[in-house]
Design a binder for this molecule. Sequence first.
Ligand code: NDP
Ligand code: 2IT
Length: 450
Amino acid sequence: MIEKIIENLERTNCAKDDVFIQAVNEVFRSLEPILNNDNRYEMYAILERLITPDRIIRFKVQWLDDNNKVRINNGYRIQFNNALGPYKGGLRFHSSVNSGILKFLAFEQIFKNSLTGLPIGGAKGGSDFDPKGKSDFEIMKFCHAFMRGLYPYIGARVDVPAGDIGVGTREIGYLFGEYKRMTHTYDGVLSGKPYAFGGSLMRPEATGYGVVYFASEMLKEEYGETLQGKTCCVSGAGNVALHTIEKLQHLGANVVTCSDSDGTIYDPNGIDLGLLKALKGDGRRLSLENYSTQRYGSIYTKKENYPFDAHAVWSYSCYAAFPCATQNELTFNDAHSLIGYGVRAVVEGANMPTTPEAITLFHSNNILFAPGKASNAGGVAVSEFEMSQNASMEKWEFEKVDRKLNEIMCQIYKRVALTAREYGRERNFVDGANIAAFKRLSEAMMLEGV
Ligand code: NDP
Ligand code: 2IT
């Protein structure tokens, strides 16, 4: 059955859908043990319905740059599935964005959101707008124009977008301002808002902190170990990477790497987070080369000086690796290198950063591997906390959000590990996550009827 559905998917989708097909393949391969035991999945065509988005919205975004030149971009929102609650998921602004990448992200999001146990469906959106080199005013004008295309399709009980690559608190603030002007309503239609108007404390930190909470629980349960004193490699230098590094450092780990699309920093004395934030925090995008000129003992490797299909950031000895930049950034060659250097655990902060071949290699070498849909779910979980706070007009303390985030990450780990064991896939957290998420989602779809 799975083969036929994938064949059909490959036939009906276009070349840029390769990452979407990769994500579907990964999920479906995990589901074999559960599909064989229950013919209701076939009767309700659950798999076919799961890979078909409810709605793909595409709109034109026209705006004026600082020279008053007219610029045009594509805007998208893919509302994939709302069986469990309002559509929920981030917006990505990056030159690589197209409908295939957003379909993969929205598809992953429905499983991630299911795993949280919270009442949220899955969606993703964004634009091929490239924020690099744009002035603050240009970012603002673009966000306003983007929202003018998006606002008819979203709502606090309909679809609640948030941030992703290229979209942080600043962009969400501009998007919210325009939504308010267009609709005359002041409600929680976006999450990740500035604290001044409805944002939750800890949403900026949530994804990265959640990744480390998940890792700590997994390492405690599986190895009886902690991150204290351990060497860790992190990739990326954006929202997720910065807060993953921050929490790892709180727990006494030594983080020795970070990276961006142009290169990698190796700092054996431990990343200087203050310096890194000065270069990359709050949407800043200064080159990491500046880090090496300002920090004695650190080494910068430019991307073009590194062999094809391998990445400098994974060429160092570490106990745990945290890919936190983008999809398919940790390849088979990288996995081989990490294993050679003695890595014990790989915990995804980004969405699908590890290629299928690399995951197989980790599994066959008994390396603990945590898939992003489980380990990076802390961001969307705190987004849902923000929706709750907005709906009840409450403001929760930092400590309360932090405690609830920690609890939810530990619960996700337990759900994933127990499900893997129950289906004879002990320590295979990819299968555990996919099966656990699928069970909750498919039950809801069957209860709602066709
Ligand atoms: P940011 O835009 O804040 O940071 C992205 C980082 O990744 C930047 O350092 C960027 O470098 C780097 N990067 C982007 N594309 C590439 C590339 N092709 N090669 C190498 N480096 C690259 O995004 P986030 O930190 O928010 O997102 C990172 C990942 O985490 C994404 O996969 C996202 O989907 C996922 N995620 C984000 C959540 C959130 O709450 N923000 C929640 C859950 C998952 P440069 O600036 O040079 O492009
Ligand atoms: O991939 C993700 O989970 C996000 N970008 C965050 C989504 C959200 O709604 O907070």
